[in-house]
Design a protein around this ligand. Structure first.
Ligand SMILES: [Zn+2]
Length: 111
C-alpha cells in the first residue's frame, strides 16, 4: 500500500484541520485513510445522513448519520509541536523515514 515515496503525509490517528469547504477550521482525528481514492475519514466531521430501508436488524428503517470521507487535499496535519495546521515534510533520520513539520521542524513521528 505504500506509495512511491514510501510514507504517507496523513495517517490514521493523526489530528487534522479542515482547510477547505463548509467545515474549514475544524479539527478531528483521522479514523481511516482510504488510500486508493486519497480520502480520509475524520472523527465527527463531514457527517452525512443516509436513509436506510427497514431490515430485519433495523425494522423501522430511518436515517443514520455517519462520517463521510473528505479528500486528503482538504485537510492539513495539526503539528504536535506548534499546534498549527502545517505542511508535512519527509526525511530520513537515523536510517528511518520520519515525517516532520515544515514550520517548526519538529519530528511528527516515525515512518
Ligand atoms: Zn510544527
Amino acid at each position: 500500500m505504500a506509495n512511491a515515496r514510501g510514507i504517507k503525509k496523513i495517517r490514521k490517528g493523526d489530528t487534522v484541520e479542515v482547510i477547505q469547504g463548509k467545515e474549514t477550521g475544524k479539527r478531528g482525528k483521522v479514523l481511516r485513510v482510504l488510500s486508493e481514492d486519497e480520502r480520509v475519514v475524520v472523527e465527527r466531521l463531514n457527517f452525512i445522513k443516509r436513509h436506510v430501508k427497514p431490515s430485519q436488524k433495523n425494522p423501522q428503517g430511518g436515517v443514520i448519520e455517519r462520517e463521510a470521507g473528505m479528500h486528503i487535499s482538504n485537510v492539513k496535519l495539526v503539528c504536535p509541536g506548534c499546534d498549527a495546521a502545517v505542511r508535512v515534510g519527509r526525511r530520513i533520520e537515523k536510517g528511518e523515514k520520519v515525517r516532520y513539520c515544515k514550520k517548526c521542524n519538529v519530528q511528527v513521528d516515525k515512518g
